[in-house]
Structure formats: C-alpha cells, structure tokens
Design a protein around this ligand. Structure first.
Ligand code: ZN
Length: 111
C-alpha cells in the first residue's frame, strides 16, 4: 500500500507547517500518476497521522488529471494515464505537464 509512504510525507509537511497547533482538516492535491485510491488514502492518512498534531484530522483528497502537451502540434489534453501519442496528430513527442503533483494545499486548525 504505497499510499502510506505518501501520507507519511504529507504528515511530515503538516507537522512542519503546523508546529504545535492541532489540525482539524487538511486538503491535499495529488496527481493521478501517484495512483492514489481515495479509500486507501483515508486509511493511510489516519495511520500516518497517529500520535501527531494531525491525529483524527480529516483529509480531503483532490485528484488532479494527467496533463500532456504535444511537441509536434502543441495540442494539450488530459488523460488518466501517461499518453503514448498525441490524440490530435499521432506524434510521440509528448511532454507531461501535470499529474505528478503532491501538494499540501491548506490546513485548518482546531480552535
Ligand atoms: Zn500532436
């Protein structure tokens, strides 16, 4: 379950930013290339957060699409996986411009 490693990184980032403050909820943006399953994410986050300021915090997961750009015709498009060829011209000069994000977007603290 690779979500656990990912969630450990997120909790590290939360602890770094939150300091001593108790965390109520967080919002995390994750690109689809990380292949995160929302259910596994919830479980892994709860495990990773145990004993930290983020214990019992709610984690909102925002999945971002894979985005690609064609070097031949400059088309851009979204996909679920790494595309092999451009859907417009069939060219294989494909550059990824999104989908591998891992961003701790926001933190809400307990009053
Ligand atoms: Zn193209």
């Amino acid at each position: 379950m690779h979500e656990l490693g990912l969630c450990s990184s997120i909790v590290d980032a939360i602890e770094h930013r939150a300091g001593e403050r108790s965390v109520r909820s967080v919002r995390v943006r994750v690109g689809r290339l990380h292949h995160v399953h929302p259910e596994a994410f919830d479980q892994s986050f709860a495990i990773a957060a145990q004993g930290t300021v983020a214990e019992d915090a709610a984690a909102e997961l925002v999945l971002l699409p894979v985005r690609a750009r064609c070097g031949s015709c400059a088309a851009t498009w979204e996909a679920d996986e790494i595309p092999m060829a451009c859907p417009q011209c069939g060219g294989v000069d494909v550059e990824l411009v999104g989908g591998d994000e891992l961003v701790l977007e926001s933190i809400e603290y307990r009053a």
